[in-house]
Ligand binder design. Structure first.
Ligand code: SF4
Ligand code: SF4
Length: 434
């Protein structure tokens, strides 16, 4: 009975605290401008299936993709064992599905757990590879300046957590196999854990039972910890990659959205009829802070895996410029989190903190480094566009702050006055032909 009470208390605590955090993240994303993807639902579902579920874009780097796939598939299948663990926790039973299935279809149950064990072993190998390339091989993409401190710890915490989870599963299954063996009882025919159970030969029944229970609690606490930790981590992409791929920008890469305010101005300059704008509304050009970005941009920020594929493909970054598209996404998320905390502590009312995404997080130097080549958009495995945010911030910089390189100002003036980058009046355009 005590076990059921402890389990239920832990379960309720995890639900309560994770719900609070997920609710805040959802509210944060809603702070952005409304976004809609006009693609038909079938197209959106296709994108989601190929990119989030099928990890299509990951395979541009096959070795990393295969190791990532081990972890991903193991994660999906382990959820089946988790269902049994949760039912056992609520009912105080042990292997409730196992007992039910061992009577009717024993091969299905043992086959399933064997599959989970094999996938868990592959996931363990992949986790060790990922830990080594980050910490021992010091892969440049995974050791850049923006990853110093918390982002590096975050990546390592999750990888170490995965080892803890796998260790829990194997301890539980192998100690139980050894216990069944010691007590001359019919086993479950779990191949890997039966072999590991040989390590426990000589231990008495009570110790084996205790070890198996320890493995069960280790795995459960690992899962609960994971659920609580996920919304604070870049690993939130496990969930958000799906809506993110579903809502992917339907436009061709490189197609920029025009600014309706500018279109309005141009039309009126050219004498076209336009709807009179509301004199009480001051048009805003581009984005200065997270409120000015679209909800998709903000979803992108939470869906970013911090893999750095965008940065390693960025020509500006490669030539030593300060710009890193991954940092643009991380900065956007950090600022959004900061805004969320201010709203939380002020009853959801915004109190200006004197900061903004532009300048406080992302510098002019970074924004000016971008060539708008779209390489970062092409590379991103979860269809994120750092470029979209860069362009919006740059528009604000130039149109609201008139903060552009000196050499550009003359060109802007010419475009505004003459409709062309050159300083000649429109009436003189044909002079070259004389
Ligand atoms: S669009 Fe800009 S940020 Fe993206 S890869 Fe090209 S230069 Fe880098
Ligand atoms: S934007 Fe995409 S490619 Fe860049 S770090 Fe994030 S997930 Fe990786």
């Amino acid at each position: 009975m005590m076990t059921i009470i402890v389990f239920c208390l832990l379960f309720s605590g995890v639900l309560f605290f994770s719900y609070k955090k997920y609710k805040r993240i959802f509210a944060n994303i809603k702070l952005g401008r409304e976004y809609s993807n006009p693609n038909p639902t079938s197209e959106k579902l296709k994108n989601m299936t190929l990119i989030a579920l099928g990890q299509k874009k990951m395979f541009s780097r096959p070795v990393a993709a295969i190791f990532h796939l081990f972890i991903y598939v193991a994660f999906v299948f382990t959820q089946l064992e988790l269902i049994e663990i949760l039912i056992d926790g609520f009912t105080g039973s042990h292997r409730i599905l196992g007992h039910a299935m061992m009577n009717c279809c024993p091969m299905v149950y043992s086959g399933l757990i064997n599959l989970i064990e094999i996938l868990s072993l592959l996931a363990l190998i992949a986790t060790l590879v990922f830990l080594s390339r980050r910490n021992l091989l010091k892969l440049p993409r995974l050791n850049m300046a923006e990853l110093k401190g918390w982002p590096m710890k975050d990546a390592n915490i999750i990888l170490i957590g995965e080892i803890f989870l796998v260790f829990g599963i194997f301890l539980m299954n192998s100690a139980e196999s050894a216990w069944l063996n010691t007590n001359a009882q019919e086993g479950y025919h779990f191949i890997l854990s039966s072999m590991l159970g040989n390590l426990f030969i000589g231990l008495n029944s009570e110790t084996l039972h205790y070890l198996s229970q320890t493995g069960w609690w280790m795995h459960l606490i690992g899962i609960f910890g994971f659920i609580l930790y996920l919304p604070h981590s870049k690993h939130l992409h496990i969930l958000l990659a799906f809506p993110n791929a579903y809502l992917s920008n339907p436009n061709a890469k490189g197609k920029m959205d025009y600014m309706p305010e500018i279109l309005h101005e141009i039309k009126s300059m050219m004498g076209e009829s336009v709807e009179a704008s509301d004199p009480n509304v001051i048009p805003k050009f581009g984005a200065k802070d997270v409120f000015d970005l679209s909800q998709k941009n903000l979803l992108d920020a939470y869906a970013c895996t911090e893999c750095g594929r965008c940065t390693s493909a960025c020509p500006a970054n490669q030539t030593g410029k300060k710009l890193s598209p991954r940092k643009i996404m991380m900065d956007t998320r950090d600022r959004l989190e900061e805004v969320g905390k201010i709203l939380d502590s002020n009853n959801n009312e915004w109190k200006d903190d004197g900061k903004s995404l532009l300048h406080s997080y992302i510098s002019v130097e970074e924004l000016r480094g971008c060539t708008t080549c779209n390489a970062c958009v092409e590379e991103c495995p979860v269809n994120i566009s750092p470029l979209d945010i860069i362009v919006q911030l740059r528009r604000n910089l130039i149109m609201e702050e008139s903060n552009s390189p000196q050499e550009w100002n003359g060109m802007f003036g010419n475009i505004e006055n003459n409709g062309a980058p050159w300083k000649f009046a429109q009436s003189e355009r044909g002079n070259w032909s004389k």
